[in-house]
Design a protein around this ligand. Structure first.
Ligand SMILES: [Mn+2]
Length: 257
């Protein structure tokens, strides 16, 4: 059953500037984040990323890659991108054609801006941001120390393993409390930006709920690529799984305006 629900829309303010908007002929925008492929990644997961881009290119949807697309924290970003030339080149080609926009995450901070606003004609202003800027753990001394160690020594396999373990452990210990704090700060950012809803990444947990200004597109695992579809009047969670040849739209959690 299609349990479509309504988003409680905040008033839509006029856009602040042309620069942070992206309008155009595209009907749908696909938002994906947290792919994290490095030279050590599962080929199957990287193949899913390639398949996702191929589907988007064929369907003519525009794509926002919302941070942590290549692993630039546990190894040099260039090394991660060089390990996956097909995905790297597709991103470059779609960017050049104006079909794809890539935002920075905490694992790939040098790729560009960190906040983007899409103006959907019937839906209103939608904020897209990886969200690490509002993550209290990311800004904590522990988080910054971890990032610094990873950046300096993440290319060493032993350090990389330890750093990844530490990141997972910190998230697991912080758990629900951190996630709730993250969501609350994200909602505040959406309100400040005078947007209807915000699509975030970073915590690797997809989320879309009625009457909630916070949404999360999810992440890429070994068997599944999660993303979010923003169309003229609806937001939907969606995913692509290994073995599937087409992008699958989830039937739940759609939020028409
Ligand atoms: Mn992140």
């Amino acid at each position: 059953m299609n349990t479509e629900v309504r988003v409680n829309c905040a008033p839509i303010a006029a856009a602040r500037s042309e620069q942070d908007q992206w309008t155009g002929r595209y009907v749908r925008t696909l938002v994906a984040s947290d792919w994290h492929p490095g030279s050590f990644s599962s080929p199957a997961a990287v193949h899913l990323a390639q398949q996702f881009l191929e589907c988007a290119r064929a369907s003519g949807d525009r794509v926002v890659l919302n941070g942590d697309i290549f692993e630039g924290l546990f190894e040099p970003a260039e090394q991660a991108e060089t390990a996956h030339p097909v995905v790297r080149d597709m991103i470059a080609e779609m960017t050049t054609r104006g079909q794809l926009f890539r935002l920075a995450g905490n694992h790939d901070p040098d790729v560009g801006r960190s906040v983007f606003i899409v103006d959907q004609p019937k839906f209103g202003r939608v904020l897209i941001s990886h969200g690490h800027a509002v993550d209290s753990l990311h800004h904590s001394r522990l988080g910054q120390l971890g990032d610094a160690i990873s950046r300096r020594m993440g290319h060493l396999v032993a350090i990389r393993g330890a750093a990844r373990f530490a990141e997972r452990a910190a998230n697991a210990i912080a758990g629900v409390a951190i996630e709730n704090a993250f969501q609350t700060r994200c909602r505040a950012l959406v309100e400040q930006s005078k947007c209807v809803v915000g699509i975030f990444g970073h915590i690797h947990r997809r989320y879309l709920a009625p009457d909630d200004a916070y949404a999360n597109a999810g992440c890429l695992s070994r068997t599944r690529l999660e993303y979010l579809i923003l169309s003229d009047d609806v937001i939907q969670l969606a995913h692509l799984e290994l073995g599937e040849r087409r992008l699958q739209e989830s039937r739940r959690h759609a939020c028409p305006v």
